[in-house]
Write a protein that binds this ligand. Structure first.
Ligand code: NAP
Ligand code: SF4
Length: 664
């Protein structure tokens, strides 16, 4: 059998699961939509249950108003709300799955005015000082947890997960740095963990023995003043004794300076620590964070690090993860690449959480996968992200699709990105799309530059033009000097960089190129990784001297992702990259790159100048096709290079592939 450890059944509380995979909690923003989000949530969880996920956890619901993440209806404390949950639990049960409601009290992390905490200490990532909970407030909050659990049972959930990790209220009580109380709820460890223990006892009593109680426990707080290891173990043992069936481990508080979910985090980095904790407990333990393949999950289990794996974002990227792993089709699993661009970043903008590489995620109710009645002969030109997504969606809809790629390999800008340290999984996205496309009967022609005449001659009834972009050539005297290279030539290995490099342009690609030039692969091993990223940690010595330049005035990296940009900015700043804003490029010659800044003329005496100054749309074919009367739709960078962004490219590809029949 494929992955025998992963598909070894396990008894958890009252249930026997056919596999060791939990779909961990992900906030989708649909929780905040109240009744309007119900159909989408039911479709989201129902589809994953149908595709073999046996145990899932919802996004966090607060047990009361103070504990909400946002000022919206993301809480469960009255019977009147049950109607918003029933369709979701029914959909999961109809598909044979189990669903737990996550109870999450955000404490001082709440993004509204009425936030509370054990002590009135503002979180570094928040603007608001929380109100200190009184003893009576604390007892009321425990009762609210129990009431929420009771309501969860009434709504049909199979149990609850109590969020006791990532720096939310329960963590805030447990850690001395956020709990300065001098009553029974603060001081010694026994007092600091009392709140979590009492919550577990009350919830256990409310659930009864027929429902599952999972506790999400912080394995490593990764903040100054967080729990020591022996305290983490003591707390876990107390939680198990209080009635938790499973301990699911989380890593790092949200205010931690250590990246825990970004691309710089090596796969399965934290599971060794989970294994240490597991040996101290007598209940099953789940591991999480950066486990994004069945192979990695299988290794975690066979090493004995955990009894279960809790994967979250991988189920956004591919709802069929379990189904494909079990069926020997792991090569078709679209992997989560830890970009956060359409999931965590969407959460903070209020958009529905989705996935860059699977834009259907979160929209399963509105984006159908039905096959069309009137299949067409379709050409998709360009096999970058937009073209791959369009070709796959069209082929899976039943159309006869040929995907043309001028280069000798598919992938476009994504294939280049895969060369950047931490982005290696981008290549697996391409190969999974191609495998699925082949499964759906599509034909790929690489090394084949499509032209209007041959497309018309071959009788294509529809053309989706995803021909991408060409890098912008800035208008600087000497730009064709031999020491100037484009980012594509550099990343693909056609050009070499010297020891002193200037980068023209500081967008996402400028940052990627800087990271590539530094050549820093993620530190291996947990200790080395933590030493690198904790406060005062040392970045490795850079391989080269690098300057990044831009014409606009102001900080660098403002356009990078909200939940990932800080890691890249810190990485580059700590490795001593020189950043020059507000420059005017003067010329390039044998001496180097001449520029003017603050009225002063200077020259960077570099051996290599890399141009990363954005893109222009490659749409030459569009007019010729239209002239021949072939229905043509432009998508991705070919449509709007100025806002080129892979999330938009995949989404436009999916939409175009599904809309072929409607195309004029
Ligand atoms: P970009 O984000 O538009 O940045 C282009 C850079 O080139 C800017 O720094 C701009 O700065 C400069 N520039 C523009 N026109 C110029 C000209 N005529 N002469 C000289 N400099 C010029 O484009 P990109 O870096 O190519 O990225 C493309 C897309 O991919 C973006 O949407 C980006 O967000 C995305 N991406 C994101 C990431 C990530 O988030 N990690 C990584 C890769 C790509 P000045 O105008 O100030 O000079
Ligand atoms: Fe993973 Fe990126 Fe998709 Fe989020 S948007 S689930 S990080 S691939």
């Amino acid at each position: 059998m494929n992955y025998p450890a992963l598909f070894n059944p396990i008894k958890l509380g009252p249930f026997v699961l056919p596999n060791r995979i939990i779909m961990g909690s992900m906030h989708t923003n649909l929780e905040e939509a109240g009744a309007a989000g119900v159909a989408a949530l039911a479709a989201f969880y129902g589809e994953r249950a149908r595709l073999g996920v046996s145990l899932m956890v919802t996004g966090g619901y607060s047990p009361n108003l103070e504990g909400r993440m946002k000022a919206g209806p993301g809480y469960l404390n009255s019977r009147a709300q049950l109607a918003e949950h029933r369709p979701v639990t029914d959909a999961v049960h109809a598909a044979g799955g189990h669903l737990l409601l996550q109870i999450l009290h955000s404490g001082r992390y709440g993004m509204h005015d009425d936030i509370v905490a054990p002590s009135a200490i503002r979180a570094p990532i928040s603007r608001t000082v929380p109100r200190e909970l009184s003893d009576a407030d604390i007892r009321r909050t425990i009762a609210d947890y129990a009431r929420c659990a009771e309501l969860a049972v009434a709504a049909g959930y199979d149990g609850v997960e109590i969020m006791g990790s990532e720096g939310y209220l329960l963590s805030q009580f447990a850690a001395g740095c956020t709990n300065h109380r001098e009553d029974d709820w603060g001081g010694a460890l026994e007092n600091r963990i009392r709140f979590a223990v009492e919550v577990v006892r009350a919830v256990r009593a409310a659930l009864g023995p027929e429902r599952l109680l999972v506790f999400r426990h912080s394995i490593l707080d990764l903040i100054d003043g967080g729990l020591e290891w022996h305290e983490t173990v003591t707390m876990a043992q107390a939680i198990a004794a209080a009635g938790a069936d499973v301990l699911s481990t989380g890593v790092g508080w949200h205010e931690s300076p250590v990246p825990t979910v970004q691309q710089s985090v090596p796969p399965a980095l934290f599971t060794g620590a989970v294994g240490r904790l597991r040996r101290e407990l007598n209940i099953p333990v789940a591991a999480s964070n950066r486990i994004n393949t069945p192979e990695a999950a299988e290794s975690v289990l066979t090493r004995g690090d955990a009894d279960l794996v809790a994967l979250a974002r991988p189920f956004l990227a591919d709802p069929a993860f379990v189904h494909k792993a079990r069926g020997g089709r792991a090569d078709t699993i679209i992997p989560c690449i830890a970009c956060n661009q359409a999931c965590l970043d969407h959460y903070f903008t209020g958009a529905t959480v989705s996935c860059m590489v699977n834009p259907r995620a979160g929209h399963e109710d509105s984006l159908s996968t039905e096959r069309v009645q009137n299949p067409r002969k379709v050409a998709v030109v360009g096999a970058g992200p937009a073209g791959l997504a369009a070709a796959l969606a069209a082929a899976q809809s039943g159309h006869r699709v040929t995907l043309f790629e001028a280069a000798d390999q598919a992938g476009g800008q994504f294939r280049l990105a895969a060369r950047v340290p931490g982005k290696e999984d981008y290549a697996r996205v391409i190969s999974a799309y191609l495998a699925l496309f082949a499964e759906a009967g599509g034909e790929l022609r690489t090394g084949c530059r499509a032209d209007a005449e041959s497309l018309a001659d071959e009788g294509f009834e529809s053309v989706i033009l995803a021909s991408g972009i060409r890098p912008r050539q800035p208008d600087i005297p000497g730009i064709d000097h031999p020491r100037v290279t484009g980012y594509e030539a550099l990343l693909s290995g056609r050009a070499k960089a010297g020891q002193q490099v200037a980068i023209i342009g500081a967008g996402g690609i400028g940052f990627d190129v800087a990271a590539w030039l530094l050549g820093q692969h993620p530190a291996s091993g947990l200790e080395a990784y933590l030493a690198r990223w904790r406060q005062g940690g040392q970045a490795p010595a850079p391989k080269r001297r690098i300057w990044m330049l831009k014409r606009s005035k102001g900080p660098f990296g403002k356009t990078l992702g909200k939940t990932t940009g800080w890691v890249l900015r810190r990485e580059l700043a700590e490795t001593g990259i020189h950043q020059l804003d507000d420059v005017e490029y003067v010329r390039i010659d044998d001496a180097g790159l001449h520029y003017r800044r603050d009225g002063e003329a200077s020259c960077l005496r570099v051996d290599t100048i890399v141009v990363c100054s954005g893109q222009e749309a490659e749409q030459a074919l569009a007019a010729a096709l239209t002239a021949r009367g072939v229905p043509t739709r432009l998508i991705g960078g070919a449509a709007r290079a100025g806002e080129l962004d892979a999330t938009r490219a995949f989404a436009e590809g999916l939409a175009a592939g599904r809309a072929v029949s409607a195309q004029a």
